[in-house]
Design a protein around this ligand. Structure first.
Ligand code: MN
Length: 250
């Protein structure tokens, strides 16, 4: 049970999904915590992609600032050829099942990065592997966002948003289909480590109603406990839609 004294108001500000430069964020874990505190956050979870390496630093910074902190992670999953994200909250980052599972995913990232770079090379875009790694603070967490920053820095596209219209997505140069964790595996690691599994930003997966229901049913079946409703990835209409789904699926 997490007990907290909320300092800012009766309605606490809670953010349970944040990334530091351990994955694809821009701030160090401590700087992220400081920024959250300065913005009035009472309770924060750090949920870096496929790595728990930032948690100690973030927890320490939160303790110094008197802010509540939850150990988190966001695990990459392949489900029906789509990439989904499952957030684990209140995990034990030292649990061997979770540690080994995340290690396997990180090893897959290096292979994928080489495949992305080979495709960009074939399009006449040289040096993207080294270029992308230069943007990755944690080399093990090399990902598409680092290639995106390289493409912007080299002037191939004007901003990161535009990158994902021309490159690195299905049907465009630099797209590599990759098998991440299975849905049940990711949820299993989270649960084994004492955490609860949350389906991240379901509105981002471009699923029709039938597939969305199939996903929510399967997620619950394998032990998933919650879905993300209010997130910058969703429209206000989607807040209402996913709140209904959450209620319907329990
Ligand atoms: Mn995500």
């Amino acid at each position: 049970m997490i007990r907290l004294l909320f300092t800012s108001s009766l309605m606490p500000n809670i953010d349970l999904h944040c990334h530091s430069n351990v994955s694809d964020g821009l701030l160090s874990p401590a700087a992220l915590v400081e920024r959250a505190a300065a913005n009035g956050v009472d309770l924060l979870a750090l949920t870096d992609h496929d790595d728990v390496a930032g948690l100690d630093e973030a927890r320490e910074a939160a303790a110094q600032l008197g802010m509540g902190f939850i150990n988190g992670v966001e695990i990459s999953v392949t489900w029906k050829k789509r990439v989904l994200h499952v957030v684990g909250l209140n995990i034990d980052p030292s649990h061997p099942d979770l540690r080994n599972g995340l290690q396997g995913i990180r090893e897959g990232r290096a292979v994928r990065a080489r495949d992305i770079a080979a495709q960009l090379d074939a399009q006449g875009i040289a040096g993207s592997l080294e270029g992308a790694y230069a943007f990755a603070e944690n080399k093990q967490l090399i990902g598409r966002s680092h290639f995106a920053r390289f493409l912007v820095a080299q002037g191939y596209v004007k901003d990161v948003k535009t990158v994902f219209k021309k490159y690195l997505v299905k049907g465009k140069p630099g797209y590599v289909s990759h098998q991440w964790a299975e849905l049940g595996e990711a949820v299993g690691w989270i649960k084994a480590s004492g955490g609860i599994a949350v389906l991240a930003h379901p509105g981002r997966y471009d699923l029709g109603d039938g597939n969305m229901r199939a996903l929510l049913a399967e997620f619950k079946e394998v032990g998933g406990a919650a879905i993300e409703v209010v997130t910058a990835s969703h429209t206000a209409q989607q807040f209402a839609l996913f709140a209904r789904h959450a209620a319907e699926f329990g």
